[in-house]
Design a protein around this ligand. Sequence first.
Ligand code: XMP
Length: 329
Amino acid sequence: MGKSFLNPPKSRIILALDTPDKRSSHRVMEQCADIVDAIKINYPLVLTEGLGFISELKTEYGLPLIADFKVADAPVTNNRIARMAKDAGVDALMVHGFIGADAIMEIQEVAKEEMGIFVVTELTHPGGLEFTRSFSEPFARMAAYLDCFGIQAPGTRPDRIQVLRDTVGPDMTIIACGIGAQGGTLETAVQAGADYGIIGRSIYEADNPRQAAMDLAFSEAFPATEQTGNELLKEVHVVRYCSETDSYTLRAEPADEMRDQVKQFVQYCRSHGIGLELTQSEGVLLKKKRSLIHVYTTGSCLISNLPSAAEGEKIARDFMQEVRTDMDA
Ligand code: XMP
């Protein structure tokens, strides 16, 4: 096994420090530095405060730092980004898998033994299923073959973490995003094979970030599941809230008696060209006013671009009613 670029897991939280500026970042870090295992920073904060803020954070809090730059350009540019990150003191850099093995190897040559590489495999938002899902296992295999330090995995889909863990073997580090605000829980992700969970909004947007970090480190994050009491729906729960667009994504599970009808409905749509076929026989994508419903072949639904959770529930109920009417006809 190669060098480890992170401390051994304790709370297993990698704090996504997506705070708007230095001042707010320090406010959160002062409360959480002794709880979280590492810091992850992203473009918005670095574009605001500059690369120099990375060494400031490292000096001040002594934690390993991951730069989530999702590097995805031509090698000449990737290598410059990697060099700048390494010089700034970054411990591990996130790069996209789709840039290919040669481009990743070049970044490794820049990083040498001073900076680890995480390969992004499968994104958590619904659109992540459209393309990244089809390639997440090949990305993970490539990362393992190239002896990268680790991979990113979708913490909202424990079954996928398990598949990706089986793909890379026991030694690679897996960091799971989508924990907390998007509905994934640290316990489930770790059970499925992740080493750490990335958590941002659930901590830095909390009234008491320290308490939130402590709660998330040791207990279920955001169950937010509601039994609907509706004969057509078993449950509906929020899996993602996007503060930038103020929109929600919900997962809706049909009632057990409805599931077969939803599965039939998916097949009907696919054979009659209704909606957009999802790749790999995953289901269909249907547009409902300004929202989208991913209806999977399993009968589960993801409803996105929603102005409110209540609107999502209404769409889910109407959709199940529509399925029942159509399939009974
Ligand atoms: P939140 O606030 O959702 O922060 O806890 C997530 C952080 O992880 C980054 N990131 C991802 N977020 N799906 C995500 O939703 C992904 O696949 C993903 N990969 C990384 C995100 O940019 C934010 O910094």
